[in-house]
Design a protein around this ligand. Structure first.
Ligand code: HEC
Length: 146
């Protein structure tokens, strides 16, 4: 008995159908490749961007911060009630990016605040910290500032 399955006989029909369906978009696809956004090295998007950092930072946030600071970053995470003082409302925070990076890296206690905010320098890379700061900034009321 062979494990290889014979190709379905309808394959040529399916292939023709796909080509017919895709054909209206082919000019657009070709145009996108030639658009000004296309770079010499063939990438269609910039290698990195603020949006990409915010996206990556959202993943860091979802893994390390959400239980305390909450899905809406308003300080109402599932474990928030276990902490006194309560986790900060990151949407409303008036702190600048440097301060946010610092408290994430070194924790609350090192900055004269509560040890309930843990230090993350041992867990997260510098890039992850920069990304999570970008994420916090993106959901903060001062989204453009600082
Ligand atoms: C174990 C719960 C807990 C976790 C997990 C946690 N925090 Fe906190 N965080 C706190 C608490 C509590 C405070 C408030 C400390 C205080 O008021 O002294 C705080 C404060 C902060 C502040 C200060 C905000 C301000 O306006 O002063 C920032 C920024 C912050 N956290 C970001 C983060 C980020 C980013 C993560 C994930 C990497 C994270 N925290 C994970 C509990 C937590």
């Amino acid at each position: 008995m062979t494990l290889q399955r014979p190709l379905p006989r309808c394959l040529p029909v399916l292939a023709a159908l796909c080509c017919a369906l895709a054909s209206p978009w082919l000019p657009q696809i070709a145009q996108a490749a030639e658009s000004p956004a296309a770079r010499a090295d063939g990438a269609l998007l910039p290698r990195d961007s603020r949006d990409a950092a915010v996206f990556r930072g959202g993943l860091v946030y979802a893994n390390y911060c959400v239980t305390c600071h909450g899905i809406n970053a308003d300080g109402n995470g599932r474990a928030a009630r276990l902490h006194n003082p309560r986790p900060a409302n990151l949407r409303a925070s008036d702190k600048n990016d440097d301060y946010i990076g610092l408290i994430v890296r070194r924790g609350g206690e090192a900055l004269g605040r509560s040890a309930r905010m843990p230090p993350w320098a041992e867990e997260l890379t510098d890039e992850q910290i920069q990304d999570v700061v970008a994420f916090v900034r993106s959901v903060n009321v001062h989204a453009e500032a600082k």
